[in-house]
Design a binder for this molecule. Structure first.
Ligand SMILES: [Fe+2]
Ligand SMILES: [Fe+2]
Length: 153
């Protein structure tokens, strides 16, 4: 169970940092379509914190484990926060960073899924739900990229 708890804590940290990345992106992005993008970033940020992080924290509680100390989140996280563009008008840059964050999350969740597959149906179901959402997030961000932006992911 120690290994599963460590994996869930890492995933929890990933979710909080992904939430913050999109929360920040919603404020930072400028220029064309930035108003529409703000909404997309806010909506997906809400999924990461309100849905995914919550599901993981609730599952950790089943093992009597509390959410980690705020100062430990960065160390615990596997994906951390993808680097954001320096230029606030670089819309594709924000989207490419988001696509990368989603791909990292997907890779991590697939590992957790194969670890629990066939032995922990409760966690398996939670991870399966989250994987479905992350795949959808990746598609949403990728579809917003310009043609040139597609080459950056
Ligand atoms: Fe997530
Ligand atoms: Fe996501």
């Amino acid at each position: 169970m120690g290994k599963l708890v460590d994996m869930l804590l890492a995933a929890f940290a990933d979710e909080v940092l992904a939430w913050y990345q999109y929360y920040l992106s919603a404020y930072a992005v400028r220029g064309n379509v930035s108003v529409e993008l703000e909404d997309v970033f806010r909506r997906i940020a809400e999924d990461e914190l309100g849905d995914h992080a919550k599901k993981l924290a609730d599952r950790l509680q089943d093992f009597d484990v509390d959410p980690p100390d705020f100062r430990d989140l960065w160390q615990l996280s596997r994906c951390r926060q993808t680097e954001l563009p320096k230029d606030p008008h670089d819309v594709d840059g924000f989207l490419a960073a988001s696509v990368k964050a989603e791909r990292c999350a997907l890779e991590h969740y697939r590992e957790i899924f194969s670890y629990v597959f066939g032995k922990d149906p409760v966690t398996e179901e939670i991870i399966e739900d989250i994987i479905r959402d992350e795949a959808e997030h990746e598609t949403t961000f990728r579809n917003l990229l310009s043609k040139a932006g597609l080459e950056r992911v």
